[in-house]
Design a binder for this molecule. Structure first.
Ligand code: ATP
Ligand code: MG
Length: 397
């Protein structure tokens, strides 16, 4: 008997006008992720069918589990829509199942099939009771829920179905620039943004020699983990040493972090515009540290008009950690390499910074030219899930 993977779209169904675009994008994303497997994919308005080779099933399902836009998936037996064939197939399929209680559910989208859904479920139920010893029907909590979906030419019979990742297909909602540090929060923020169909590029600020190459490698590894859920990702590494050293030379210590983050935002905005990103995304979480009080956030945010999306803003640290474990970034994030945010942390960073004071402080050094210089020397790394890495200096400005 032939088996197919059946994909159900879920949330896409709310996007009436864009439905075709969403489905076509999902189709392309699935094709891309299943490159290297011998599959055939057919799509219609409510689902996709993937024909595959039996030996590849587990690996393909692993891939399916990392594709956004899939609401539910299942592996179904595909048989001809013919009463006798369906009945024989059900008996054949259940031979390999261990169960005591069961329920049959029939959906008949082909109304030319002569038996009504409820009647057909009853008939199949009777057939199971007759052919297998000591089985019972349990309509509330069956061990086996046998689904029969009758369509015009083919009927799909399956037992289990699985929850997909949900969200919108990758790249359906435009591009954002993710501020990716080596911490726990920003990779989770990136994952949640990807889930909303946002394509991502990443920006990472490093301050060599105060930060190590291991810290950069950690961010590369995190980017690789994120790329599992999308296509390749560009990681832009910004040389931040000069700016950071100037901040610590010229700025009052309690304002250092505030000013540093204003510089990061300025650079991120410039790069984001250059790379045609519509939003900035980061891992700020309200109240987590001094720079994430509402006052700090508004003073820092003041340097840009670009929308800043903070997917973990309202999550507790434990909730963020939970997600990071699920997406397998946690173990990398907790590796102990210093980030440029942590090396010069003042004893008492201000929690209620004043905007006019920031502007006054910033007059003390020529940060504009330093920002341009940093952007002129950005190292861009193309990162894919399978470890291939391409480095280049892009002409960003
Ligand atoms: P994370 O928040 O990712 O766990 P963190 O706690 O060290 O790392 P914070 O000081 O909380 O970082 O910074 C808040 C956000 O600012 C980060 O989530 C990230 O989006 C951004 N950010 C901080 N440091 C960097 C950096 N070196 N490069 C790029 N983005 C950064
Ligand atoms: Mg944080």
């Amino acid at each position: 008997m032939n088996r197919v993977i059946l994909i159900k779209y879920g949330e896409l169904t709310t996007k009436k006008g864009n439905r075709k675009f969403f489905i076509n994008t999902l189709y392309k994303n699935i094709l891309l992720k299943l490159q290297g497997y011998n599959v055939k994919i057919h799509k219609d308005i409510s689902r996709m069918y993937i024909e595959f080779e039996d030996k590849d099933l587990d690996k393909i399902l692993d891939r399916i589990n990392s594709i956004f836009g899939i609401h539910q998936y299942l592996v179904a037996y595909k048989v001809e829509t013919n009463e006798e064939i369906i009945k024989n197939s059900v008996l054949e399929i259940l031979k390999n199942e261990k169960f005591n209680t069961f329920k049959v559910e029939t959906k008949r989208s082909d109304k030319s099939f002569p038996i009504h859904s409820l009647d057909f479920s009853r008939q199949i139920g009777g057939l199971i009771l007759k052919n297998f010893n000591s089985k019972k029907v349990d309509v509330n909590n069956p061990e086996v829920l046998l689904n029969i979906e009758i369509r015009e030419y083919n009927t799909y019979i399956y037992i289990n179905s699985y929850k997909g990742l949900g969200g919108y297909p990758n790249s359906t909602l435009g591009k954002g620039m993710l501020m990716l540090s080596g911490g726990i929060d920003s990779p989770v923020a990136g994952f949640l943004a990807l889930k909303r169909g946002i394509k991502l590029e990443c920006i990472y600020f490093e301050a060599i020699p105060h930060t190590s190459i291991e810290a950069r490698n950690k961010v590369i590894e995190l980017t690789k983990k994120l790329s599992k859920y999308t296509d390749k990702i560009y990681l832009h590494v910004i040389p931040f040493t000069k700016i950071q050293e100037s901040i610590y030379k010229y700025i009052e210590s309690e304002y250092c972090i505030t000013i540093m983050r204003r510089m990061m935002y300025r650079i991120t905005e410039k790069l984001a515009k250059k790379r045609k990103c519509l939003i900035i995304c980061n891992g700020e979480s309200i109240g987590q540290v001094a720079s994430q009080t509402l006052t700090s956030m508004s003073v820092i945010n003041n340097v840009t008009n670009m929308p800043v999306i903070r997917p973990v803003a309202c999550l507790d640290k434990l909730e963020i950690i939970d997600i990071s474990k699920k997406i397998d970034t946690y173990e990398t994030s907790i590796l102990p390499f210093e980030d440029c945010c942590t090396i010069f942390v003042p004893k008492h960073p201000i929690i209620n910074p004043k905007l006019d004071k920031c502007i006054e402080f910033e007059k003390q050094f020529d940060y504009e030219s330093m920002i341009d210089e940093a952007l002129n020397n950005v190292l861009t790394i193309e990162i894919t899930e399978d470890n291939s890495k391409k480095e280049e200096f892009l002409d960003i400005l």
